[in-house]
Ligand binder design. Structure first.
Ligand code: GLY
Length: 369
């Protein structure tokens, strides 16, 4: 089942995304990673450690100098500089030098935090990504964005730093809790909405197989989503322009995530943010009413929310200002011209956002309408 998607950086081959249905084939990559003389640190969280860390550690053992595990408590609240500091301390105690290697084993939090640790420890050591959630396999492990949250600001401290390899074992998708799996579908739908109407139709046609987690279907879906991301990040690796399209749904999504104190999963907030962005696109006469309702309702079969309760819409709009997506004081908002075509817009007002958030606000809404 192994497939390979090469990613270029500044027009030069940079790293491959390798797709498999097991971890064993990771051994085939060892030669390129030249691990014989290296120390390896597997960075993971408490949930993923229990599932896969022993297997991954035993794959490396006897092939490298030494392999150790650094694990931190699972959860977005640990994606902080404090955890990075603990990682530095561990690496120093273990005698890691610049020629050693970090392995990010887990979801988006683990990947972002490990990447940032790798980018900064001794001014940069190599790392590879082994993403184990749908969200990290289709978005966060690809494209070299690394970082941590700072105070109330999400991903505020970080670096663009490329991994040496992204190894995707699709069978990990079978182990995810439903809510985590469907959260990843928020990012898949987002990518299709941005760039690929044909893929959007494919998702609808294959809805049953996706929900059943048919591995062949999931492989096709993950590769298609990664191809969309590849095309964007290769053209604009450091988000000077087009890469911002990948932030569809994230301005209002991040604000809801913060306001709800991370009670909702990231992909659930992205779905809500996409519905809000589609609403504003309709208001700006880019989308018809029918297109808006179609986009909104397509999140429902994937158990993603299209309404949200217990929020204060004014607070959400206020929180959008602490997001990074500003351009000379103006919010860089991503709107939809149609399914498969997103655009960067700097004319979205606070009023537009407030109206969109109020539309999401589940307050005795008659869902039979
Ligand atoms: N997750 C958005 C990006 O990688 O640019």
């Amino acid at each position: 089942m192994a497939a390979r998607l090469p990613i270029n950086y500044n027009k030069k081959p940079c790293y491959d995304i390798v797709y498999a249905d097991n971890f064993r084939e990771l051994i085939l990559e060892f030669e390129d990673l030249e691990i014989e003389s290296r120390n390896i640190c597997i960075v993971t969280d408490s949930n993923v450690e229990a599932l896969y860390a022993t297997e991954i550690k035993s794959l490396f053992e006897n092939h490298c100098r030494k392999v150790v595990i650094f694990s931190f408590p699972a959860g977005e609240q640990h994606k902080t500089l404090n955890t990075v500091k603990d990682a530095y301390t561990f690496l120093i105690q273990q005698g890691f030098t610049r020629k050693d290697l970090l392995v990010a084993l887990g979801g988006g939090v683990v990947g972002d935090l490990t990447g940032y640790t790798a980018a900064t420890y001794l001014r940069g050591i190599d790392f590879i990504q082994i993403p184990t959630t749908l969200l990290s396999q289709v978005d966060s492990s690809i494209g070299g964005k690394t970082g941590v949250d700072f105070d109330q600001y999400k991903n505020m401290v970080g670096a663009f730093y490329m991994p040496k390899l992204v190894y995707i074992n699709l069978s990990t998708l079978k182990d995810l809790e439903d809510r985590q799996f469907f959260s990843g579908m928020g990012e898949v739908m987002k990518s299709a909405l941005i760039k690929d109407a044909v893929f959007y139709e494919w998702i609808i046609t294959n809805m049953y197989e996706i929900c059943e987690r048919n591995l062949i279907t999931l492989e096709e879906m993950v590769i298609k989503t990664d191809q969309i991301k590849k095309a964007i990040v290769e053209k604009d690796p450091t988000e000077k322009g087009e890469r911002a399209l990948l932030n569809l749904g994230h301005t209002i999504g991040h604000a809801i995530e913060k306001a709800k104190n991370f009670e909702l999963a990231h992909g659930e907030c992205v779905a809500l943010g996409c519905v809000a962005a589609a609403f504003i696109s309709k208001k700006h006469k880019l989308l018809s009413d029918d297109e808006f309702y179609e986009i909104r309702d397509m999140f429902v079969p994937f158990y993603l929310p299209i309404t949200v309760d217990n929020i204060n819409p004014d607070e959400i709009v206020k929180l959008t200002k602490s997001d990074k997506k500003m351009d000379a004081g103006k919010i860089k908002f991503i709107l939809l011209k149609k399914i498969g075509k997103a655009v960067i817009d700097t004319t979205v007002t606070e009023e537009d956002m407030l109206e969109a958030v109020k539309e999401l606000y589940y307050n005795e809404v008659d869902m039979t309408e």
